[in-house]
Design a protein around this ligand. Structure first.
Ligand code: NAP
Length: 261
């Protein structure tokens, strides 16, 4: 990744995305900021240009709208200066599954799944052909924990984890680095937007600490980066158990415990 390359960050108007923008600007990278709130991104862009002398483009887009999403996809497909996608824009949701309605579920899936996938698909072929580049997807530890009760949100983040693992298998032999970052509760606007009082959360990570840790994982070329996980071996054990399970899948016949009586 050379410093003149562009990093496209979705959800760059606040929270984790805005912090990634700061950090990549400090590293000397040019930026493309994507979110809905153009005024807010313009302020951030002016500050980063002034402080760090980088170029910053602002693209106002609602990634749940097919026409806006198509504009960003096209940019990723065609703009050869962009070698890094930070697939960060995302929404959370409060309340039980029975309290969700179709419109809010669709919005969550459109942003957290459809946009993330289409944007990765837009840049992946070009990066694979170039033999270099980075795709970073923001998942969540909620995607590992149905017990937390955020069922649709957690399911979208489980998808992001699987997507990242699959992309890694396909793209890393072609020189493209894929990272899934799984934060736990982090102090950003996501809580307020989802109607959750952030002060009711017993422990919460500062967004600067979260992004700095995620970038340590990025620099180490980790596939899965879980900043709040204090015992790294737990992930290795979980992934190892998954692989063991796969080794006991036999496709030809059902397991004996399913024999008819
Ligand atoms: P945030 O401060 O609410 O930021 C979300 C960003 O997404 C904003 O820039 C928002 O900007 C943008 N966005 C929302 N809807 C959009 C849409 N329809 N089209 C385009 N952009 C849209 O939240 P955050 O915590 O930084 O979240 C970033 C990512 O981290 C998300 O994927 C989230 O699931 C993940 N995450 C967060 C936490 C946490 O505790 N904070 C934990 C685990 C994972 P506009 O309103 O300007 O569009």
């Amino acid at each position: 990744m050379n410093t003149s390359s562009y990093v496209l960050i979705t959800g760059a108007s606040s929270g984790i995305g805005a912090t990634y923008a700061e950090r990549f600007a400090v590293r000397g990278h040019n930026l493309v900021l994507v979110a809905r709130d153009k005024a807010r991104m313009d302020v951030l862009a002016a500050r980063l240009k002034g402080l760090h002398g980088v170029a910053v483009d602002v693209v106002a887009a609602d990634l749940t709208r097919a026409d806006d999403l198509a504009i960003v996809e096209r940019r990723l497909r065609e703009d050869k200066r962009i070698d890094t996608l930070i697939n960060n824009a995302g929404l959370a949701q409060s309340g039980s599954f029975a309290q969700q309605n179709g419109a809010s579920i669709r919005q969550l899936i459109d942003l957290n799944i459809t946009a993330v996938t289409c944007l990765a698909a837009a840049i992946a072929p070009r990066l694979a052909e170039a033999g270099t580049g980075n795709i970073v997807n923001l998942g969540s530890v909620v995607g590992l924990a149905p017990e937390l009760g955020m069922t649709v949100y957690g399911a979208t983040k489980a998808y992001v984890l699987f997507l990242s693992q699959g992309l890694h298998l396909e793209l890393s032999p072609k020189g493209v680095y894929v990272q899934a970052v799984l934060p736990a509760a982090t102090r950003t606007e996501i809580w307020e937007r989802a109607g959750i009082d952030v002060n009711t959360i017993p422990e919460i990570m500062d967004v600067d600490e979260l992004v700095d840790a995620a970038l340590v994982g990025f620099d180490r070329r980790e596939l899965i980066t879980i900043p709040p996980l204090h015992v790294a071996e737990r992930w290795d054990a979980l992934d190892g158990a998954r692989k063991m399970l796969l080794s006991d899948i036999r496709q030809a016949h059902p397991a004996e415990r399913y024999s008819a009586l």
